[in-house]
Design a protein around this ligand. Structure first.
Ligand code: ADP
Ligand code: ASP
Ligand code: MG
Length: 453
């Protein structure tokens, strides 16, 4: 069975017109398994409601729940009005019932959160997942109005995880076992539609896979069903040389390796969740990134080995970075100093994007996090600490070693007067990173892109 897993993100799930595009794409496949995000901005709104409730503004929180209900009801109503079918009245009633049930549940969670006065991680996941619970059910219903045999499948039956709320770890073996049921659904002529982003811990509670987690859900399911392709459908025609929303003349990359795509996602390219490629890579399943607004464009194919001969593949960038410089107290110079700095990072589970070291000091580029205060407290025990916030990180991915001289010349001629706080190059990872002031981030990235790509 040639199964294609198709994932549609929030931008594709935005309104009744994009839903029509999504369903037309689904219809063109023989054995599609569909994974969807929440409608655009809904996850953010849900979390905002949770925070309002925790802060005591239950009225404001419940207003958001009402808005979510209204937006989805309108969306389905508009969709059905534009796509007449004899079943539409039944479809609308069934969607309304589901919306009532899910927003009712949301309000219960908000009541609880207001009562406890804090948004616990467990509750935060339960609240955040409501967007996908709603969108997947409603899209499956709307498929019926186009005579597509879509069938909603509850994600918690498939995506089994541990208890790490907020960024749960999937249980790959169990997921693969559970995904067997999808083949039965496909064999009986139905198209499964599954909410991405969330899953279930062993005790039955809801967990989430982290922001942008629907990509990850799609890849886990793709590996589970031995899919022929995993297709990430979005609002741009593939992975670009840089974020096309911010960088002029960025252009799609036809082909790249799992490795380079993972590095790119890790260094800030929002188009893919950083963990997406791993399950696909393990089973050697090609991942395609495609545009719902330009379905015929080739997009990007992510495979084991790519044969591009560019001197550098892509550039990603991250805002909201902080530079932490620790200078050793004299008595602690040498190996023990570095060991202590990295142990402090490990204790707090804080990932570092770039590091520069001298004998007596270390500079770390770290994405802003509430844990930075604690890190500073811990580091002061063995060195003086300097914090510089509002920084940005630019990373050139897939640099060809043979081209480094030319690349360095181009980068330095393009950055002109901009102050660069830190430069690192990792030979085996083929990544060159620069840290600049956040205000200079986009102009500097644009300058580099103009010169290098
Ligand atoms: P979805 O809702 O489909 O998940 P996202 O907004 O998460 O979509 O991802 C698509 C967006 O990722 C694009 O609109 C684009 O602005 C952004 N993006 C950032 N870096 C890149 C890149 N290198 N290539 C393509 N898109 C990128
Ligand atoms: N809806 C979730 C988010 O906004 C997951 C996703 O869209 O991939 O992060
Ligand atoms: Mg996304």
């Amino acid at each position: 069975m040639n199964i294609n897993v198709l994932k549609f993100g929030g931008t594709s799930m935005n309104d009744h017109q994009t839903w029509k595009r999504v369903l037309d794409i689904i219809r063109s496949y023989e054995y599609p398994v569909v994974v969807v995000s929440a409608t655009a901005r809904t996850t953010r709104k849900l979390l905002e409601a949770g925070k309002l409730a925790a802060g005591g503004d239950l009225t404001g929180a419940k207003k958001i729940a009402e808005e979510i209900y209204d937006r989805h009801y309108e969306l389905v109503k508009n969709f059905l009005d534009e796509n007449p079918h004899k079943k539409n009245q039944l479809i609308l009633e069934s969607c309304d019932k589901k919306l009532d049930e899910k927003t009712g549940l949301l309000k219960k969670y908000l009541d609880y959160t207001a009562k406890t006065g804090s948004l616990e991680p467990k509750m935060s996941d339960a609240i955040a997942s409501i967007g996908e619970q709603i969108s997947s059910y409603l899209l499956a219903q709307c498929g019926l109005a186009l005579d597509i045999l879509t069938q909603h499948i509850e994600a918690k039956k498939l995506i089994k995880t541990d208890h790490q709320y907020g960024s749960a770890n999937p249980n790959r073996m169990l997921i693969s076992q559970k995904c067997g049921s999808l083949e039965t659904v496909l064999e009986s002529g139905f198209t499964p539609v599954i909410g991405g982003f969330y899953g279930e811990a062993p005790d039955g509670t809801t967990t989430t896979l982290g922001f942008e987690g629907s990509d990850y859900s799609a890849s886990l399911i793709g590996a589970g069903v031995h899919a022929r392709t995993i297709e990430i459908w979005t609002d741009v025609s593939g992975v670009y040389t840089s974020d096309p929303r911010h960088i002029d003349h960025a252009r799609p990359i036809a082909e790249m390796s799992y490795y380079d795509a993972t590095e790119m996602a890790y260094f800030g390219a929002k188009v893919l969740h950083p963990s997406t490629l791993k399950p696909a890579q393990e089973r050697n399943i090609p991942v395609l990134v495609k545009n719902i607004f330009e379905a015929d464009a080739p997009g990007t194919q992510i495979i084991r080995e790519s044969h591009t001969n560019r001197k550098v593949l892509a550039m990603s960038f991250k805002q909201n970075m902080t530079l932490v410089t620790v200078s050793a107290y004299e008595t602690l110079m040498g190996y023990s100093f570095l060991t202590k700095v990295f142990a402090a990072l490990e204790d707090l589970h804080l990932p570092v994007d770039a590091v520069n070291t001298t004998e007596a000091s270390v500079t770390l580029a770290i994405a802003d996090s509430p844990k930075l205060d604690q890190l500073t407290k811990n580091l002061i025990a063995f060195g003086s600490v300097e914090i510089e916030s509002e920084k940005g990180l630019i990373s050139l991915i897939g640099c060809k070693i043979a081209e480094m001289k030319k690349l360095n010349e181009q980068i330095f001629s393009s950055i002109g007067e901009t102050t660069v706080d830190m430069i690192t190059f990792t030979k085996d990872k083929r990544i060159l990173s620069l840290v600049v002031n956040e205000n200079d981030l986009i102009p500097t990235a644009q300058g580099i892109h103009d010169q290098v790509f």
